[in-house]
Design a protein around this ligand. Structure first.
Ligand SMILES: *[C@@H]1O[C@H](CO)[C@@H](O)[C@H](O)[C@H]1NC(C)=O
Length: 445
């Protein structure tokens, strides 16, 4: 069973190694967020998704061709494009819009309205005129003698009148039925107005909550950054170590070899120096003895009784020690220079240097601790900043205004909806009255 410490260290090493591998292998220039786990994914839960603004769609019905016809008619009458500038001006400052501008835009409708008004006024007036004339016997048909052709003409006129009345009655009934159907289609939309307004208000009220949720989600990248910061210094250390490893080890081995060479050279130089000194002292001892011998040999050879000595005499006189060790270059200076070399052995120093190099990851953690702490503090400040930005966002100012406007619209729509019901009654009354009039005319005929 391995002690938990070493297990932890192994885990840390593995993680750092992975990080390093990632740092070295990722293509330069790209910034990829590697996802460590499901916890690091931003999750914006949909709050209040249950609140839905009901979308009402008009179902296709038999009235569609009628709608199309109406739209084409309206397009024919009103051909001007939507006056956005005018609308904007009217919304911003209703006083600034001149009546002539509106009339110019609505020219088609105005013309239609004029014609309708003229018709409404002219028709009864003309009828009245005829009625007056008839009552004074000034115009209209005169009594004629009863003939067969007259009876035929009367019947013809009666049929024409009945047909016209029937057409008018059918038109009124058609109009009434169409109006009833349109009302049936409009009703759900009208009924949904207060609900829609209320739902919209709820949505608006939930907006600040949503913003707070986004702010809360900042915790996820913050945690990710904090956890990344935890392994950062170690990974930086490992990265440095890994990138310099090959070069440093080679240099250390080289240094080790050089140090060995230097040690050997020093040893050789020391031996050389010692030998040279020994030889020089031996020569100094040899010198007087040789001089004594030479003197004796010269004296012996210089004897006149010695025949054929003259030729050797010269050589005897020039007898000298052949080796002059003072000519051997002195290594004293070099030795003096090398005396500065540390006495301790190089291997130990290189081992120490290697150890220091190998402890770069731990060293990086130690040296970067302050920087990491500063970054952590900065992250904490960031969270506060994000919160303060969210707080300073003038959301309530807007949402309150919108909510108030919605409440107002809701309140205002209530009487309007009641009004709609009242108009519904008017419609019935108008329809019934019109039909009754037509029926009355028919009956009178
Ligand atoms: C330095 O240390 C590393 C790892 O302990 C080792 O592999 C390497 O041989 C050492 N180098 C020298 C020159 O001692």
């Amino acid at each position: 069973r391995s002690p938990p410490g070493s297990l932890l260290a192994a885990e840390a090493m593995r993680a750092a190694g992975l990080l390093l591998a990632w740092a070295l292998l990722r293509p330069a220039g790209t910034q990829q967020c590697h996802l460590a786990g499901p916890g690091s994914v931003l999750r914006f839960t949909d709050t209040h998704t249950e609140i839905r603004v009901p979308a009402l769609h008009r179902v296709a019905s038999s009235l569609d061709p009628l709608y199309g016809l109406v739209r084409r008619c309206l397009d024919l009458i009103q051909q001007n494009p939507l006056p956005t500038e005018l609308l904007r001006a009217a919304l911003n400052d209703p006083g600034s819009v001149r009546t002539s501008q509106v009339v110019q835009y609505e020219l088609g409708y105005v013309a239609c309205a004029m014609v309708a008004l003229l018709f409404t006024v002219a028709m009864p007036v003309a009828g009245m005129c005829f009625c007056y004339c008839r009552s004074r016997q000034r115009c209209g048909g005169r009594l004629r003698a009863h003939r067969r052709s007259l009876g035929c003409r009367r019947h013809c006129l009666l049929v024409c009148l009945s047909l016209t009345s029937l057409v008018i009655l059918t038109s009124v009934i058609c109009a009434f039925v169409t109006s009833q159907r349109v009302k049936g289609q409009m009703e759900p939309g009208l009924g949904a107005v207060p609900t829609t307004l209320r739902t919209l208000r709820q949505h608006i009220a939930n907006v600040p909550q949503g913003v707070q949720m986004v702010v809360d989600q900042f915790e996820v990248p913050r945690q990710q950054i904090i956890s990344d910061l935890g392994g950062l210094s170690r990974s930086v250390g490992f990265s440095i170590h890994a990138q310099l490893k090959a070069m440093t080890y080679a240099a250390l081995v080289d240094l080790q070899d050089r140090a060995g060479d230097l040690q050997t050279s020093l040893h050789h130089l020391q031996i050389l120096d010692k030998t040279a000194r020994a030889l020089a002292s031996a020569r100094a001892e040899l010198e007087p003895a040789l001089r004594e011998r030479r003197r004796r040999v010269v004296a012996l050879l210089d004897d006149p009784r010695c025949t054929s000595c003259a030729s050797v005499l010269g050589r005897a006189q020039s007898l000298e020690l052949g080796a002059d060790y003072s000519k051997v270059p002195s290594v004293e200076k070099v030795l003096k220079a090398l005396a500065g070399l540390p006495r301790s052995d190089f291997a130990e120093m290189i081992r120490q240097g290697n150890g220091t190099f190998n402890s770069i990851p731990e060293l990086a953690v130690e040296r970067m601790a302050q920087v990491i702490q500063d970054l952590r503090d900065e992250m904490a400040r960031m969270t506060e900043k994000v919160q303060s930005i969210a707080n300073s966002f003038p959301l309530p100012d807007y949402t309150r205004a919108v909510s108030e406007a919605l409440v107002k619209a809701e309140d205002r729509s209530q009487p309007y909806l009641r009004e709609v019901e009242r108009f519904e009654q008017y419609r019935w009354i108008a329809g019934t009255v019109l039909c009754s009039i037509i029926l009355l005319i028919l009956a009178c005929n």
